[in-house]
Design a protein around this ligand. Structure first.
Ligand SMILES: NC(=O)c1ccc[n+]([C@@H]2O[C@H](COP(=O)([O-])OP(=O)(O)OC[C@H]3O[C@@H](n4cnc5c(N)ncnc54)[C@H](OP(=O)(O)O)[C@@H]3O)[C@@H](O)[C@H]2O)c1
Length: 322
């Protein structure tokens, strides 16, 4: 199969962590006709602006990596914004993509679509089998609606209009472009910042919340980008072989998980911090384990390539601006 490198591809959210990694991946593959807009240039919650953009650009493909994202604190404080912004962004982009004749679109969701008590590892079948984690329910509901938008458009217009809109659900991501905000970041960027600051201050000890025993899965963002372009490039029959018309999403995970204790030592190594690491068990741990079953994507031929050690080193170099 020959790949048309001149296809006009829109990356929504190209300045975000995931969107910028997708941009690097497509550029490295030789795709030369990539369309981008910053948030200031095009607010994707604005239906009229999104309609005008799609009408004028005549795009072939869309990667939908724009979203309002944040940690527990932000999700708890701004639940209305998390559900409204995300529903508006994805409804506008998916619908106007369809109206303007875009045949292929990739929607990016998240592992929080799965029930709080889903069996581990979480398989695609766990979707809509139980109650969600309450803290990010509004965000997760929007992501579930995004999957169902893609499915419903495929079901109604797939045959008549030849559209093929797919969804991928990544595990926790990290890498260049991550959010390192001191109070509102995910675990890896928070640990990178803390160990870096401890190293610079010659601090003898870093204390981490919780027992260190919960297990989590982490994927380097360039691996996520490679999975995204891989899934987008699959022949339809091959994609269909691992999905169903009303369960069309694919998980994207690293394949194994590690304890927070192991993670803390790996981040300390990547940053060059040599002091002690201890845990404060009086602080909450969260779920004991969260990892994704990525066997469907693996069977299609994709696996993660970047080890945690390599990925943390790259993330740290980007954090200190090297
Ligand atoms: N990070 C993770 O660990 C993770 C894990 C699983 C899934 N994901 C998914 O991956 C996708 C991208 O996440 P990310 O980590 O790359 O987030 P990010 O770094 O915050 O990037 C999101 C991008 O979307 C843009 N955006 C947000 N609202 C917009 C709007 N109304 N109009 C135009 N642009 C808008 C943002 O621009 P501004 O910054 O200017 O607002 C930003 O450039 C999301 O769907 C997320 O659910 C991420």
């Amino acid at each position: 199969m020959t790949i048309d490198l001149n296809q006009k591809i829109y990356i929504a959210g190209h300045r975000g962590m995931v969107g910028s990694a997708i941009m690097r991946n497509l550029t490295a593959k030789g795709f030369g006709n990539i369309v981008t807009r910053t948030h200031a240039q095009l607010d994707l919650t604005n239906q009229a602006a999104v309609q005008a953009f799609f009408e004028s650009e005549k795009l072939n493909q869309v990667y939908l990596a724009a979203a309002k994202v944040g940690g527990i604190h932000a999700n708890n404080t701004f639940p209305a914004e998390f559900i409204y912004d995300n529903l508006m962004v994805q409804n506008n982009v998916i619908h106007q993509a369809f109206v303007s004749g875009v045949k292929k679109l990739l929607f990016l969701g998240s592992s929080c679509i799965y029930p709080k008590l889903a069996p581990q590892p979480m398989s695609e079948d766990a979707l809509l089998t139980g109650k969600l984690e309450p803290t990010n329910e509004p965000y997760a509901i929007a992501k579930i609606a995004g999957i169902k938008m893609c499915e419903s458009y495929n079901r109604q217009y797939g045959q008549s209009h030849g559209i093929d809109y797919r969804s991928v659900m990544p595990t926790n991501l990290y890498g260049p472009g991550d959010n390192y905000h001191p109070e509102n970041s995910h675990v890896i960027p928070a640990l990178i910042r803390r160990f870096h600051e401890a190293k610079m201050a010659n601090a003898p000890e870093v204390v981490i919340w919780g027992t260190g025993t919960p297990k989590r899965e982490f994927l380097y963002v360039d691996d996520m980008a490679s999975a995204s372009t891989f899934v987008m490039g699959l022949d339809r029959a091959i994609y269909d072989s691992q999905t169903e018309s009303m369960q069309s999403h694919l998980n994207v995970g690293f394949g194994s998980d590690i304890t927070i204790n192991e993670l803390a030592h790996a981040v300390a190594k990547a940053t060059g911090y040599q002091g002690a690491i201890s845990f404060d068990p009086s602080k909450p741990d969260g779920s004991p384990r969260k990892w994704m079953d990525s066997s469907r994507l693996n069977q299609l031929g994709w696996t993660a390539q970047v080890s945690l050690e390599q990925g943390l080193r790259q993330a740290y170099l980007a954090f200190i601006g090297l």
